[in-house]
Ligand binder design. Structure first.
Ligand SMILES: Cc1ncc(COP(=O)(O)O)c(C=O)c1O
Ligand SMILES: *[C@@H]1O[C@H](CO)[C@@H](O)[C@H](O)[C@H]1NC(C)=O
Ligand SMILES: *[C@@H]1O[C@H](CO)[C@@H](O)[C@H](O)[C@H]1NC(C)=O
Length: 447
């Protein structure tokens, strides 16, 4: 009898569990009816700094969850005459959905077909130092750099990674794994990309430790300096600041592309990181690459990725190769399609113009200014127009994130970047419908 009861309970549990799962799935897919932020919570797990879960002070609105929902389905409405439906605008992360429009227009020529029997093996190119690098992807990386002129590719090793996030960790490992018994200091000048610190700290590695602001680092010991140029969050062009012997540098060039900043020369450093996330907007492919001068460093980075994930998705590399090829073709076979970087440049340029106009009018905020420079790719002079706006609340407002949250605009506070909460970082790469609504709300703000 005991056994019977047990069997019954297990069956019951199963039914309850299945029912719960069905309910969860329904809840997640039921974007429009759910008045809470179910989807946002799920979508933002990876970038949810603790602030995200703080209650947003909302005036009770019934349509507050539709932002991610509408976003997930793709916006169809004409945006300029759109009334403010009171939805939450989430500009906390840098999801590069601005680029969807270009790729929708590009249509089927960017489609990739992969049969069931293809890309099955772990191995891609066993003769290559980076044995999981798809040759086609490596070829398109070099071609694109040569066309854009943003990085030296001669005598470099390409290491492919699951996003540049994995490559950043591979580089930390490669530079610190041969060190002494003490963890190596990792520094970056403030304001720095907030994710660096979290990534460096989360494994409590014995190889390296987060020290923070590079401009106050004065120890006479080996260190690793991260240089993000243009910088996330403030968009400024960066150089190393510590400049001491024993320094090892990682250059993060996620944004060194001509839609964001003038390409003034081919960057030529020991370790340079790039990512399709910010180049073409394909963040979901999770593909990045490193150009590495030193063979031993490239080998150790490859080893890290082997230990960490036994390589990098071949399917993603094949698709990334196709996307990069399309971008290069859009330049070299002009007429077939619009130059990707020109088109994207103009899209972002319009947004910055709108932002500066409304910031000037309200007087509540200020934004950084950028010096103009000659871009070799565009053959003209322009100023950096970053992927993020580094906004400062002027006057009385001490907490800019809270202030904007009260207008249902989620941003990332300056304190995550080692700065004051008077600053916030705002993504400039969201979809038009959200960006236009953001501008509309800013223009109606009063302190
Ligand atoms: C400076 C910088 N580096 C790296 C990344 C991460 O890119 P990936 O998607 O390739 O991991 C980001 C994303 O926001 C970034 O801003
Ligand atoms: C939304 O969440 C709040 C608190 O988390 C809860 O009290 C409320 O009932 C939820 N509303 C719906 C419709 O689920
Ligand atoms: C450090 O060196 C770079 C060149 O690599 C230079 O541009 C920069 O100004 C130097 N920084 C300081 C603080 O001296």
């Amino acid at each position: 009898m005991g056994k019977g009861l047990e069997g019954w309970s297990v069956r019951h549990l199963l039914i309850v569990s299945v029912a719960l799962n069905v309910w969860l799935v329904l809840k997640v897919s039921n974007y429009d009816k759910d008045t809470n932020f179910t989807t946002e919570k799920i979508f933002n797990g990876f970038c949810a700094h603790e602030e995200f879960h703080k209650q947003v002070p909302l005036s009770s609105s019934s349509s507050s969850s539709s932002s991610m929902a509408a976003a997930a389905v793709g916006e169809k409405k004409s945006v300029h005459d759109e009334a403010d439906d009171g939805r939450i605008i989430n500009f906390d992360h840098g999801d590069p959905t601005i680029y969807e429009k270009y790729w929708q227009e590009a249509g089927d020529k960017t489609s990739v077909f992969i049969s069931g029997w293809q890309s099955m093996s772990y191995f891609s190119d066993v003769k290559n130092l980076c044995w999981f690098l798809e040759p086609e992807f490596g070829k398109e990386v070099i071609r694109l750099h040569n066309i854009v002129g943003n990085a030296a590719t001669d005598d470099r090793h390409i290491v492919v990674g699951t996003g540049s996030t994995q490559l950043f960790q591979a580089a930390l490992y490669a530079l610190s794994a041969t060190g002494g018994t003490e963890p190596i200091s990792v520094v970056s000048s403030t304001p720095y990309y907030s994710f660096y610190r979290q990534v460096v700290e989360y494994m409590k590695s014995g190889l390296y430790k987060w020290v923070g602001d590079a401009s106050t680092f004065d120890k006479d010991e080996p260190y690793i300096e991260l240089i993000t140029s243009p910088n996330n969050p403030d968009g400024l062009m960066r150089q190393p600041v510590v400049n001491r012997s024993g320094g090892m540098l990682i250059h993060d060039f996620a944004y060194y592309w001509p839609q964001y900043t003038p390409i003034t020369s081919a960057a030529d450093h020991d370790i340079m990181l790039f990512t399709v996330s910010k180049t073409t907007g394909h963040a979901g492919m999770r593909i990045g690459w490193a150009l590495v001068k030193d063979e031993a460093v490239a080998k150790r980075m490859t080893k890290f990725i082997e230990l960490n994930s036994i390589g990098v998705s071949k399917d993603s590399q094949i698709r990334a190769a196709k996307i990069l090829q399309t971008v290069s073709d859009s330049r070299e076979h002009a007429g077939d399609s619009k130059d990707f970087f020109e088109t994207s440049y103009h899209h972002i340029e319009r947004r910055w113009k709108q932002l500066r106009e409304v910031v000037g009018k309200t007087g509540i905020f200020s934004t950084p200014e950028f010096p103009p420079a000659f871009c070799n790719y565009m053959s003209r002079l322009f100023s950096t127009q970053p992927a993020f706006a580094w906004l400062k609340c002027e006057g009385e407002i001490e907490n800019c994130e809270d202030f904007l949250r009260s207008h249902k605009i989620l941003t990332r506070s300056g304190k995550h970047f080692g700065m004051s909460p008077k600053y916030v970082r705002i993504s400039m790469l969201d979809r038009d419908s959200n960006y236009d609504l953001f501008i509309k709300r800013l223009s109606e703000m009063r302190t």
